[in-house]
Design a protein around this ligand. Structure first.
Ligand SMILES: NCc1[nH]cc(CCC(=O)O)c1CC(=O)O
Length: 316
């Protein structure tokens, strides 16, 4: 019997998605006659300790992941579940992403007071989000909106909708879905209004590269299509040197054969770079077979149209 210690942040979302992954891995192990046992170990990261400070000022999203990665390297834990959108583009020496399971809904959504749709919100409505990507796209769609920063885990953001006088807040549908809170969603934002963050709705499972026993189990949990589309998106982001504090979005899908002349392996990637005020918005959609080449091609096209200048201004 192999025992796997699974490190998790202590937020409700992190613990819930870690629990879902363990359930799925237990089922896969049982169906293969493999003997695995799992135990969750909670880890308080620097990011959690300073959640109410402006994260961009203190080093961005790597903060949530770094201490968990150190625990993996030190052998205190064997495995960790991350949201792909929070996973840095380069893993430390010795660690690998062992599986990208099937993606859930990648869209952003709004939770409004009075359960209104986007177009029913009043002029000048106060919208809570700290994501430049969400803010810029919402501004482009509704320049009258008053977009204000909101921080904290999803449970505390939902509370702030009521206590801090927002008309609406924006969140990833995926987080709410995993928490079982989709009934709170007032409207889903289609990708042509709000392109999701790179990897949104997908998870990644990090472990040591020499843990072949665990990697064997994880390989059975990988979803090839999700992995391929997320690789296209992450290549696009890496080509633009993107992190979480820049207004970049990307979303890749596999085209249905009827749209691609019976070829089942065509991926379509849309990438977006915007100025924070939403006034300049560069978008490109391309199709191809190779996710890495596709990510590079879309990034190159946006650079040709001025993406680097926009990003340089955002980064200051
Ligand atoms: N930035 C925080 C974060 N990281 C992952 C999710 C949940 C969605 C996902 O797994 O992609 C969220 C919450 C949110 O953006 O609303």
């Amino acid at each position: 019997m192999r025992k796997i210690i699974v490190g998790s942040r202590q937020s409700a979302l992190a613990l819930t998605q870690t629990g879902h992954v363990i359930d799925a891995l237990q089922q896969i192990a049982a169906s293969q006659g493999l003997e695995f046992e799992f135990e969750v170990k909670k880890i308080v990261t620097k990011g959690d300790r300073i959640l109410d400070v402006t994260l961009s000022k203190v080093g961005g999203k790597g903060l949530f992941v770094k201490e968990i990665e150190q625990a993996l390297i030190d052998g205190e834990i064997d495995m960790a579940v991350h949201s792909m959108k929070d996973m840095p583009s380069e893993l430390p020496e010795g660690l690998v992403n062992g599986a990208i399971p099937k993606r859930v809904d990648p869209r952003d959504c709004i939770i409004t007071r009075g359960d209104k749709g986007l177009d029913d919100l009043p002029q000048g409505a106060k919208i809570g989000t700290s994501s430049l990507r969400r803010a810029s796209q919402l501004k482009a769609y509704r320049p009258d909106f008053d977009i204000q920063s909101i921080r904290g885990n999803i449970d505390s953001r939902l509370r702030k909708l009521e206590t801090e006088g927002f008309d609406a807040i924006m969140l990833a549908a995926a987080g709410l879905e995993r928490m079982g809170w989709t009934d709170r969603i007032s409207a889903y934002l289609p990708a042509d209004i709000c392109l999701p963050a790179v990897g949104q709705g997908a998870l990644g499972i990090e472990c040591r590269g020499d843990d072949l026993e665990l990697l064997g189990l994880l390989s059975l949990y990988n979803d090839d299509l999700t992995a391929t589309t997320v690789i296209a998106e992450r290549t696009f982001l890496a080509e633009l040197n993107g992190g979480c504090q820049v207004p970049i979005g990307a979303y890749a899908v596999r085209l249905h054969p009827s749209h691609s002349g019976q070829d089942e392996n065509v991926i379509q990637l849309t990438g977006m770079v915007a100025s924070p005020d939403g006034i300049t918005m560069l978008k490109e959609t391309r199709q191809g077979h190779d996710p890495v080449q596709l990510g590079i091609a879309v990034a190159d096209e946006l650079k040709r149209r001025g993406a680097d200048q926009i990003l340089a201004e955002v980064r200051g």
